[in-house]
Structure formats: structure tokens, C-alpha cells
Design a protein around this ligand. Sequence first.
Ligand SMILES: Nc1nc2c(c(=O)[nH]1)N[C@H]1C(S)=C(S)[C@@H](COP(=O)(O)O)O[C@H]1N2
Ligand SMILES: [Mo]
Length: 188
Amino acid sequence: MADDNRRLPPGQTLTEKFPVLHYGGIPAFQKESWTFRLFGLVEEEKTFTYDGFMGLSQNEIVADFHCVTTWSRYDNTWEGVASSTIVDLCNVKASAKYVLIHCEQGYTTNLSLHDFLRKDVIFAHSHDGKALTPEHGFPLRLVVPHLYAWKSAKWVRGVEFIQDDKPGFWESNGYHNHGDPWTEERFS
Ligand SMILES: Nc1nc2c(c(=O)[nH]1)N[C@H]1C(S)=C(S)[C@@H](COP(=O)(O)O)O[C@H]1N2
Ligand SMILES: [Mo]
């Protein structure tokens, strides 16, 4: 397809596989103790149980996925809860300009509220019609299709709304603060 050149960001190679990439181990999931927390600059903090979160209104997106280590995978279907659904639920204060995504084992990643609220940003529980596997983030991961995939945090447990930007895990370890694959914002 003639279009393919423009669909693949610079320096990337297409793969049909779905590689697994993360720092550390794969956390165990315990439904009874799992929570999802919205906190920081919100009018009311909110904590969801697993069933409570899964009961929120559902969305589906189809998007390409670009890892900074140079692989890209096209046409991933993700199903879950849109970031805008989350934000509507907790009355974010006007002073909030960034979010810090919190995951199991202390993994974090940062986004501007603007990037977080892009309409295809989703907290996904399913990929290509099946529940996420543990290595891909079960029970819940964030998907931020327009940025490199380290922003698509696996095993997510909460969102902190903050006023000043604060680098997350990879962003503190040499990766770019923003991570736009089209302008190759790979490293800082
Ligand atoms: N919790 C957590 N999420 C993470 C990471 C990580 O180290 N920990 N690595 C990121 C990176 S670098 C990539 S490329 C994607 C890979 O997602 P996948 O393993 O489902 O392909 O997960 C991202 N999410
Ligand atoms: Mo990555």
C-alpha cells in the first residue's frame, strides 16, 4: 500500500507479532483487593472496585502501537473505559494540568491533561476481542496511541491529577518527557 510509508513513523519497523516489554515482573492480580483510584487535584477522590470499574461505560478504539525500541503493530482493537469518562466522574480542578499514571510495583508515567484527554486514550481490559493476558497488562492498562508505548502503562491502578509536570519511570531514566513517534521524541 502506498499509504504504508506515511502510516509508519520514522525509524520504526512493522511487526505482526505482539512483543512483550516492561521493566520488572508480572504482578499478580487479586480481585478482592484491586482498586482503581482517582486522586490529587479533584473535587472528590474516587476509588473503584474491580466490578465497579468494569461497570463504567465502555468504548472501543482501533489504533496503531509504536514502541520506542522501533517495533510498531497496526490495527490493535482495545476495549475499555475512555479517559474522558474517568475525568467526568471526578470533577477535576481547573488547576490540574498534568496526570501521573500509577501502576503496580511503582511504575508511573506522566502525561499532560491535554494528551490524556485525546479521544482515543482508553483504559483497556481487552485487546483484539480477548481479555488482556497477564504479560500485556491484565486486568487493566492505559493505551495512549499517539505517543510511544511506554506511556501505555500496564497494570494501572490509578490516576493522580497534578499542577506541575513530574517525570514518570522511563521519563526519569532517559526517555523523552513527551514521546511523539512522528517527531522521534525518543530520548531526552
Ligand atoms: N507497568 C508498566 N507498563 C509498561 C511498561 C513497564 O515497564 N511497566 N513498559 C512500557 C513499554 S516500554 C512498552 S513498549 C509497552 C509494551 O506493551 P506490551 O508489552 O503489551 O507490548 O508497555 C509499556 N507499559
Ligand atoms: Mo517500549
